[in-house]
Design a protein around this ligand. Structure first.
Ligand code: ZN
Ligand code: ZN
Length: 211
């Protein structure tokens, strides 16, 4: 099986990444995580998380799609003061648009864009694995025609059509690493889901199945 490389980035595109998996097993986990840390860090009811072996992920420095003229003054890479400390242990080559936050001393760091603040994943020093939250993957765009309805019309008669561009499916891109289960599915969860996937109280490998 040949695996196509995938690309993704934060909202402002200053912190792009590439997923270059050599084999399917380079993705060591794909699940929906309901832990309270993921909820707070992402401002989300739960996250889709994926874990990758170290050499499958490459970070680079992109150009922000925002400029100060667009009301984003003070948030471009040139106006921030990058810290001189290493972002992650023994990884001097990381782009300075990356910001890291140590959530477990010496073990885990969360990763976000220094410019726009989008959380993108984390680094696990103990397991030497990256976490990527795949909603940030670059999607194909699809165009479709929509009908414009006459606001004064008595019936739903279309007066014209226009073309709109939508974000394409992330499901197609991730067909070989779709989420297989829910984890940290405890009382702290914000939503109950009935999508047919099994749910575990902690990590799948070492916790009780609750659904
Ligand atoms: Zn950004
Ligand atoms: Zn989590």
């Amino acid at each position: 099986m040949s695996i196509q490389p995938l690309t993704g980035a934060c909202f402002c595109k200053s912190l792009p990444y590439t997923i270059q998996a050599k084999r399917k097993e380079d993705c060591t986990l794909s699940a929906f995580c309901h832990c309270s840390k993921c909820q707070v860090l992402n401002g989300a009811p739960y996250v889709w998380t994926t874990h990758w072996v170290e050499d499958a992920i490459t970070w680079s420095q992109g150009e922000s799609k925002f400029t100060s003229q667009q009301g984003q003054e003070g948030s471009t890479p040139s106006t921030t003061t990058p810290s001189s400390n290493p972002l992650l242990p023994n990884k001097p080559e990381l782009p300075r648009t990356m910001q890291t936050f140590e959530t477990m001393p010496g073990r885990k760091w969360k990763i976000r864009c220094r410019v726009c603040g989008t959380p993108l994943g984390s680094w696990n020093e103990a397991k030497r694995e990256w976490t990527i939250w795949p909603p940030s993957l670059d999607r194909p765009t699809v165009t479709r025609q929509v009908r414009i309805l006459d606001p004064n019309g008595s019936n739903e008669e279309a007066t014209a059509t226009k073309e709109v561009t939508d974000v394409g499916s992330v499901e197609d891109l991730s067909s070989w690493f779709r989420p297989t289960h829910h984890m940290f599915f405890g009382p702290w969860r914000t939503i109950d889901l009935n999508d047919g996937l099994p749910a575990y109280l902690g990590y799948q490998a070492n916790s009780e199945r609750v659904k």
